[in-house]
Design a protein around this ligand. Structure first.
Ligand code: 4NP
Length: 149
């Protein structure tokens, strides 16, 4: 049974904190008790809150990213979480490289839960600047993931 999920992107300031907050809201609405967190494969933004434009866009949909702080993925995460969900294929490859032999977490690509979207990754709005497009996809993937738990 999946009780804990870690969402992972590169910086942990745009995609994965959004995935965490959106999935938390949707899990709450479904009365599903889940432990949720997010982290980045990179360390550039450790300790920082989510990116300003991402926070503003998420807040308009009722998702509060403000309390979140960026952190880097650790080896312990592979013991602590049932499922680690990557935002793109680079993140997934980095996770596979980091995974200790004792890892119990399953690894997955967020978009694989929602094949109907045709997306094979969650685009990084830090570069695309399409924060709403990323949130649209994150909302669909979060619902699809919860449907499949
Ligand atoms: P994220 O976006 O992986 O969705 O948090 C990024 C934010 C910052 C950087 C890379 C990706 N950066 O290199 O600073």
């Amino acid at each position: 049974m999946t009780r804990s999920i870690l969402f992972v992107c590169l910086g942990n300031i745009c995609r994965s904190p959004s995935a965490e907050a959106v999935t938390r809201a949707k899990a709450l609405a479904r009365d599903l008790p889940l432990e949720l967190d997010s982290a980045g494969t990179g360390a550039w933004h450790v300790g920082e809150p989510p990116y300003g434009a991402m926070q503003v866009c998420a807040a308009k949909r009722g998702y509060d990213l403000a309390p979140l702080r960026a952190r880097q993925v650790t080896a312990q995460d592979f013991e602590r979480f049932d499922l680690i969900v990557a935002m793109d294929a680079d993140n997934l490859r980095n996770l596979q490289d980091l995974a200790p032999n004792s890892a119990r977490a399953k690894l997955a690509l967020f978009t694989d839960f929602a094949p109907q979207t045709g997306a094979d990754h969650v685009p990084d709005p830090y570069y695309t600047r399409d924060f709403d497009g990323t949130l649209d996809l994150v909302e669909i993937c979060a619902d699809a993931l919860l449907d499949q738990l």
